[in-house]
Design a protein around this ligand. Structure first.
Ligand code: NDP
Length: 333
């Protein structure tokens, strides 16, 4: 329910925030700055939708934490993740996209224009919103992960692997990411343990083969992590082998690096009251489109893609979102 506040119609919740009576209206607001967000911006800017991007906690998105990207079309020699994102950003800016620091902290999509609050203190109203907030790496939930964050624990081998040259490391997970990260780390570390909770890898056959034939990688099937230890810096992990079985036993491994590669959580929480998601939090879109259950709100990239999760598919869905937004404006007038 809207009430008057400093010359603005604001909701009760928003009244608690001091906006100094100011809000700003934007035609097309893009939330998130990965390949989906930047591609949406390129198309939206060229269609004169005057897009503004709110970059989010990780400007440039997940690709800024990778090294070589060899499968993005148009780069026959490959490109690093950060350079690819800088290129996409520059292309979005070239057509007039405004790119801002900030994080969206709440939204109200029950009204038109949509209301978006940035950093808990700026109110933006927007005719159309494209959500491209991506996904975030999962952790096991151990207290020790926090204790050794930045001093042994990481969720990005390609970002932090360099610090473990010549040392022993562990990677947790049995999917493609875990296998890829273990393989990558084997080029730097002395030894890599791959900690897998089941008795098989769910990674693709090609990835599995790469892992199995790598002499530096030891796969520990049927192992779960109980705790981590070390005096200041990480020195090792305590694992449970065959958890819940008669032959359950505790195993200690000495590692200086502990890398999580157990999947991702879509960054949809802030939209959850308004936007329909699946059980895992991925935003639902009408098949073949970027349209969400709310008119004028579109979703692109990993936030709505539990399956492909590639830079190129994210970019393609960003294009779709901008085209859908353009059509939405055309139909409004
Ligand atoms: P996945 O969901 O495919 O795999 C997650 C892995 O982590 C599984 O082995 C899972 O075990 C394990 N896991 C989950 N939770 C825990 C836990 N609490 N404790 C221990 N282990 C746990 O995620 P990925 O990030 O690997 O891949 C996501 C998608 O991206 C996939 O579709 C993948 O194919 C794709 N991908 C493709 C790449 C490529 O083609 N180059 C590279 C990277 C990813 P369990 O099997 O027991 O459930």
């Amino acid at each position: 329910m809207a009430i008057q506040f400093g010359g603005l119609n604001v909701t009760k919740e928003e009244k608690k925030i001091d906006f100094n009576g100011k809000s700003e209206h934007i035609k097309c607001l893009i939330i998130g700055s990965g390949p989906a967000g930047y591609t949406a911006a390129i198309y939206a800017a060229r269609a004169n939708l005057k897009p503004v991007i709110i970059q989010g906690m990780q400007p440039g998105g997940q690709l800024t934490t990778t090294t070589e990207v060899e499968n993005f079309p148009g780069y026959p020699q490959g490109v690093t993740g950060p350079v690819l994102m800088e290129d996409l950003k520059a292309q979005a800016e070239r057509f007039g996209t405004e790119i801002r620091w900030g994080e969206v902290t709440s939204v109200d999509f029950s009204v038109s224009p949509k209301r978006v609050i940035v950093d808990e203190n700026q109110l933006i109203t927007a005719d159309a919103v494209i959500i491209s907030t991506g996904a975030t790496a999962k952790y096991l939930g151990l207290d020790d992960e926090k204790k050794y964050a930045g001093s042994g624990v990481s969720a990005c081998a390609t970002c932090d692997g360099f610090f473990y040259r010549g040392l022993k490391v562990a990677v947790v997970g049995g999917g493609d990411t875990a296998c890829e990260e273990a393989t990558y780390l084997s080029g730097l570390a002395e030894k890599v343990y791959l900690i897998v909770r089941k008795d098989f890898l769910r990674a693709s056959k090609a990835m599995q083969e790469r892992v199995f034939k790598n002499p530096k990688i030891e796969v520990l099937f049927n192992h779960n992590t109980k705790s981590l230890f070390g005096d200041g810096l990480l020195e090792g992990a305590v694992l449970i082998k065959n958890q819940g079985q008669a032959n359950e036993e505790e195993v200690k491994i000495g590692v200086q690096g502990f890398f999580l590669a157990i999947g991702h959580t879509p960054n949809s929480k802030v939209f959850a009251d308004y936007i329909e998601t699946d059980v895992n939090g991925y935003i639902k879109t009408i098949p073949g489109t970027s349209k969400t259950n709310v008119k004028g709100v579109f979703a692109a990239g990993d936030i709505q893609d539990p399956v492909y999760k590639q830079a190129i598919t994210a970019a393609a869905s960003g294009c779709m979102a901008a085209l859908d937004a353009e059509k939405y404006f055309a139909e409004m007038h």
